[in-house]
Design a protein around this ligand. Structure first.
Ligand code: THU
Length: 137
């Protein structure tokens, strides 16, 4: 099993708070479902993202992938590694990353921790637990 990076309770709380703040900026006029995400990189920086919808619904981009894109812009695609990523919605209802985002999280953080609002409160699990047998070649 790969090592799962441990976060302090303070780091986890900060990441969740920043994800929540980012979600308040969401552009979600179609679903009214506002999501925020925050990426903590191995280098120690935090980058955030929110969901951005489109009238052509399939063009919508999730909060997680926008946060990861911001982290890549900040640190470089060849260097940036996700240590942890937090995702919440403004209603505090269950909101785990969608399948597409799980694959993208795996790309940049196969050893990362994913923090999200689950059925029983905040869950902290590894990216590999969230995407077993994720695609790679
Ligand atoms: N959404 C996210 O941003 N992240 C997720 O993990 C699940 C879904 C967004 C996409 C869309 O704008 C809205 O939530 C409803 O699906």
């Amino acid at each position: 099993m790969p090592r799962v990076s441990q976060l302090t309770p303070q780091e986890q709380a900060k990441l969740l708070a920043m994800a929540r703040q980012a979600g308040s900026k969401a552009y979600a006029p179609y679903s009214q479902y506002r999501v925020g995400a925050a990426v903590l990189t191995e280098a120690g920086n935090i980058f955030v993202g929110c969901n951005v919808e489109n009238v052509s619904y399939g063009l919508t981009i999730c909060a997680e992938r926008n946060a990861i894109a911001a982290a890549i812009v900040g640190e470089g695609g060849d260097k940036m590694k996700i240590k942890a990523i937090a995702v919440v919605n403004e209603l505090d209802t269950p909101c785990s990353p969608c399948g597409a985002c799980r694959q993208v999280i795996r790309e940049f953080g196969s050893q990362s921790v994913v923090i999200f609002q689950g059925e029983k409160g905040i869950q902290t699990i590894s990216a590999t637990q969230l995407l077993p047998e994720g695609f790679a070649f």
